[in-house]
Design a protein around this ligand. Structure first.
Ligand code: DGY
Length: 323
């Protein structure tokens, strides 16, 4: 008999077909978001699950599903998974690193450019029928070329964003839990390691790509926003909760910084309604990794992890291998 698994959310049909070769698959192509009790009920009797970042995997859930052996998440960020609790319950956990680095870096630039050059704001204005004449001072934005780019979180995605800045003749400063190697700094447009405070004081454009954890909660709050240059921009590609959204709304309203570009929000898919009343913020629905090829690659990588985990006991992207 094949082991049973749950695919918690809608997924590419060919990925389901692949999984069906190895498992009895309960899928959710209607894409219903399961409440925690529903998720626990559906995971009973399952050996594994292919989940997304919307599934909260914690000790409370794991206690209810003693037969579960593996959770394969289709995301690089895994703040939704209590990895220590997985280890304590003997559950393998995996994520999908690497495959989304370049696509996410592309989107970081899309958001940075749209934010600095007021792309969505001016488009909304045009669509609303306000464009009757050209003016010398219409939608004046901030230059990107020649500016200083500040990256907080210099992992693989941060480095890919920095590398792209060579074409814009930018200076790159970064802050990270630890300094990256000299080779990595050279690759990342000769990025210079600075403190968070120095970065906020120097950067014209700040991009956040660090993982979310209790330690990174509100990395950018009222104090940090005050340190930013007037006229600077802020882009968050990482996770909601890294920025204090309420504090950001206050500085955007006062135009203390020029603008922000946000792909992630505290409590998403809900978000603070005041963002909608601000013209100096670009809002996108957590789509940084959403190219056709990359989302397929992420889904396949998660499926391959689940197959390797449940058939060989060794997923490629194992987050909690034995010490
Ligand atoms: C990731 O992979 O972490 C993306 O943010 C999608 O959740």
């Amino acid at each position: 008999m094949k082991p049973a698994i749950l695919v918690t959310r809608a997924i590419f049909p060919e990925v389901l077909t692949k999984l069906e070769q190895y498992f009895e698959v309960e899928s959710n192509q209607d894409d219903i978001i399961f409440a925690p009790t529903e998720l626990a009920a559906r995971l009973k009797g399952k050996a594994g699950t292919l989940a997304t970042a919307s599934a909260r995997i914690n000790a409370e859930l794991l206690q209810q599903v003693p037969g579960l052996k593996m959770i394969a998440s289709m995301a690089v960020g895994y703040d939704n998974i209590d990895v220590s609790a997985c280890t304590a319950h003997g559950v393998m956990a995996s994520n999908t690193p690497e495959v989304l680095n370049e696509t996410t870096a592309d989107f970081g630039w899309a958001l940075l450019m749209a934010t600095a050059r007021r792309v969505t704001e001016s488009e909304h204005w045009l669509r609303a029928g306000h464009w009757t004449k050209w003016r010398y001072d219409s939608f004046l934005g901030a230059d990107v070329h020649g500016a200083t780019l500040g990256i907080i979180g210099m992992g693989r995605i941060g480095q890919a964003i920095a590398r792209r800045s060579t074409g814009f003749d930018m200076k790159v400063v970064y802050h990270n839990r630890s300094r990256i190697s000299a080779e990595q700094e050279a690759y990342a447009n000769n990025a210079q390691y600075v403190s968070k405070e120095e970065l906020l004081q120097q950067a014209d454009h700040v991009v956040l790509v660090l993982p979310y954890s209790a330690a990174s909660h509100h990395t950018i709050g009222a104090t940090e926003l005050k340190m930013m240059k007037p006229g600077a921009t802020l882009v968050n590609l990482a996770r909601g909760g890294i920025v204090d959204d309420q504090a950001l709304i206050a500085v955007l309203r006062e135009k203390r910084i020029a603008a922000a570009g946000l792909d992630v929000f505290e409590n998403e898919p809900k978000f603070h309604p005041d963002f909608l009343s601000l013209s100096n913020v670009v809002l996108t629905p957590h789509i940084a990794s959403a190219s056709e090829a990359t989302r397929r690659a992420m889904a396949n990588r998660a499926a391959d992890n689940l197959i390797a985990g449940l058939t060989e006991g060794k997923p490629r992207d194992w987050l909690n291998p034995p010490a």
